[in-house]
Each structure stands twice: as structure tokens, then as C-alpha cells.
Design a protein around this ligand. Structure first.
Ligand code: GTQ
Length: 350
């Protein structure tokens, strides 16, 4: 039976609705089955964005407008189910950013938390709160909320990465603040590698008191995470839905690395036949290695290296890798967990 079937309309009821409408009232029974649904229900669609096409667009944009003028030169990946909202899922944003040789994307800060996932080019940098990090393929870099950040490229090739932000989460609470630094680049006060030595080597300064909720490590180099996956895959203990799935952690408390965005790395061996899985967190997949296809809520998505694809909330997802595959993933699971909302369904096949 449906959860809250709306009663039939009569002329008398219609008149009443019209009368109260002017005074900013709505009768709950006319809307209840749209606002409290028995299952997640939305217009979001599964979709794939192909990297080769994106790179062409970005290079074209490179000649169209400078990074400095609009502050950030980014193509937003908009979920085709709800265009015009700058969202790839209900709560999260995705954009492909390009910084051309000798360019700077000027320093600013905002309430929104950002991740960068490096896709193309090598050796450009991003600076966060006085420390610079050099970008290499697959690196996962965090910009915590309200920290100054700027990006620069002193290499001779364009640098492209994926930005993931919690923009719609902040909008939901109407809690957005942003400001410009006032100069292109912030002063650098720490050595390169400082935070990874301080917090990312199974050590921490003995009297460290952490400010904020994001991990104090701001670059999780792919080289190191990939090494861990390589060692772990030898055990052949595959999760039937995920293959080998690891999450990025905040070393301060063992929680997720970012306060609103849950990030992970997933390795699927060649030919792995994953069991269907669904959860309440819509998932963005970035293909770091491999190729294959996935069934997402009955739709087939074909993917290859550096492509980005998205699975909406509560849609069954089944991955079929043709080669050994590594995904970087992000979703709002951490926010849902904090609010007691997160659910998963492993298809009763345990
Ligand atoms: O690099 O700071 O894709 O502020 C969107 C908003 C990137 C950034 C985006 C931003 C940035």
C-alpha cells in the first residue's frame, strides 16, 4: 500500500485550498506523498562524462577565458536529471578545472569544503593555509572549509583535476560565506610536505590540538594509497559487492577525511563479477585505472580511464570491470551517518 495516498479532490476542497493558498498555507495531505516518500525518489540519473571529450572542451575554454577573470575556470558536471542546479547528486557538486601553464587561480576561501582529484598533467600546485602541495595523477587533495586556497601551474602543460564540493549541503542550511584574499597567491609559511610529515606518517605532534573537522593531511598521494591496494589485493579477500574498498581517514579521530564528503578507493580485479549493491548515498566514481561497465538502476554505463560517472541514491549498482580497475569515489555518506540517515542494501546475499 502506498505510504500516504492523497484524498480525492472535490470542488469544495479545491476552493478551500485556493483560499488558504493566498495566506501561505498548504494542506499537508495534498503534498505528503511527495515530501515523505517510502523510498528515496528523485529525478537524478545515472550518467557518464567521458574524459577525452571533457579535455577537448577544457582546452577550448583555455583559449576562451583566462583563469584569473572568472577566478576559476571550471566546467560543471551537471546531473542530466536536474540541469541548472550545479549538482551531480542531490547534495554534491563536481567540476573539471583546468589551469594552463603560467596561470594562477587566485586565493579565496569559502564555507564549502572541497576535494581535488588530479586527472591530467603533472607538477602544478595548490596551496592551502600557507602550505603548497605538488599535484600528481590520482592525488586526493583536501581544501577544508574556510581555508585560503589558490592554484598555480608553473609547468609547461595544462593541469586538469576534478573538484568535488559540498555546495548544496551548505545551501540547504543557507550557511554560505566567501571572500577573496586580495592577492593572487597567499604567503607560503610551511615547507612542502610539512603536513604529511606531521600528520601522515603514523605520527602526530604530541600536544597537537586539532582545529576544525577536516583531516590535517591535505594531500593523500595516489602513489602511497595505490601501494596499499597492491599489497592488499594479494590476499584475494574480495568483498562480493565492492571488491576491495578502502576509505580515506582523518588520522586525528579515525573518521572520514572530510566533514561532509566521504571519499574512498576501490579496486576491482579483472573480470570481477560484483554483486548488486545500493545505498542511500549517491556515489560519484572517478575511474583512475581500467575500463568496464556498470548497471545502475537498469541503465548500462560504459566507462574507461579518467571518466566520471554517477549513481543516484538507492539505485542498484553492479560493476563489471573488463580490466583491473581502480575507482576514486565520493559521496555524502559521512553527512548522512552524522544525521542517522545512511542505509545500505547488499541484496540479502551474505
Ligand atoms: O578551486 O576554489 O570547481 O571555489 C568551484 C568553486 C572550484 C576552487 C570549483 C571553487 C573552486
Amino acid at each position: 500500500m502506498s505510504f500516504a495516498k492523497a484524498p480525492m479532490d472535490t470542488a469544495e476542497r479545491q476552493n478551500f485550498y485556493k483560499k488558504i493558498d493566498d495566506q501561505s498555507y498548504t494542506a499537508l495531505w495534498t503534498v505528503l506523498n511527495n515530501i515523505i516518500t517510502p523510498e528515496p525518489r528523485s529525478n537524478w540519473l545515472a550518467h557518464v562524462w567521458r574524459f577525452t571529450r571533457q579535455k577537448d572542451h577544457l582546452l577550448e575554454v583555455g583559449g576562451l577565458i583566462t583563469a584569473k577573470r572568472p577566478k576559476r575556470r571550471v566546467l560543471v558536471l551537471e546531473n542530466p536529471g536536474l540541469r541548472g542546479q550545479s549538482r551531480i547528486t542531490t547534495s554534491l557538486y563536481a567540476g573539471l578545472q583546468i589551469v594552463m601553464p603560467d596561470e594562477v587561480a587566485p586565493a579565496h576561501r569559502h564555507s564549502q569544503c572541497a576535494l581535488r582529484l588530479v586527472l591530467d598533467g603533472n607538477g602544478a600546485h595548490t596551496s592551502v593555509d600557507g602550505e603548497r602541495t605538488i599535484m600528481s595523477f590520482g592525488d586526493f587533495i583536501i581544501t577544508p572549509p574556510w581555508t585560503w586556497h589558490d592554484h598555480g601551474n608553473s609547468t609547461d602543460e595544462p593541469m586538469i583535476w576534478l573538484d568535488g564540493l559540498d555546495i548544496a549541503v551548505v545551501s540547504l542550511f543557507d550557511a554560505s560565506f566567501a571572500e577573496e584574499y586580495g592577492a593572487d597567491e597567499q604567503p607560503i609559511v610551511h615547507n612542502i610536505g610539512d603536513s604529511s610529515a606531521r600528520y601522515g606518517a603514523n605520527l602526530m605532534p604530541v600536544d597537537f590540538v586539532h582545529k576544525g573537522l577536516a583531516s590535517p593531511i591535505f594531500n593523500y598521494p595516489y602513489e602511497r594509497s595505490r601501494e596499499a591496494l597492491e599489497a592488499l589485493k594479494k590476499s584475494q579477500e574480495w568483498d562480493r559487492c565492492h571488491g576491495l574498498k578502502m576509505r580515506f581517514v582523518n588520522p586525528v579521530d579515525g573518521g572520514w577525511a572530510m566533514p561532509t564528503i566521504a571519499t574512498g578507493l576501490q579496486l576491482l580485479p579483472k573480470g570481477f563479477s560484483a554483486a548488486p549493491y545500493r545505498s542511500t548515498d549517491a556515489m560519484v566514481f572517478v575511474v583512475l585505472e581500467g575500463s568496464g561497465k556498470s548497471q545502475i538502476g537498469g541503465k548500462e554505463i560504459i566507462w574507461g580511464k579518467k571518466d566520471v560517472f554517477v549513481a543516484p541514491s538507492w539505485h542498484w549498482v553492479t560493476h563489471m570491470p573488463l580490466e583491473e580497475t581502480v575507482f576514486f569515489t565520493y559521496s555524502d555518506r559521512v553527512a548522512q551517518e552524522k544525521l542517522g540517515l545512511w542505509r545500505e542494501d547488499r541484496g540479502n546475499q551474505e
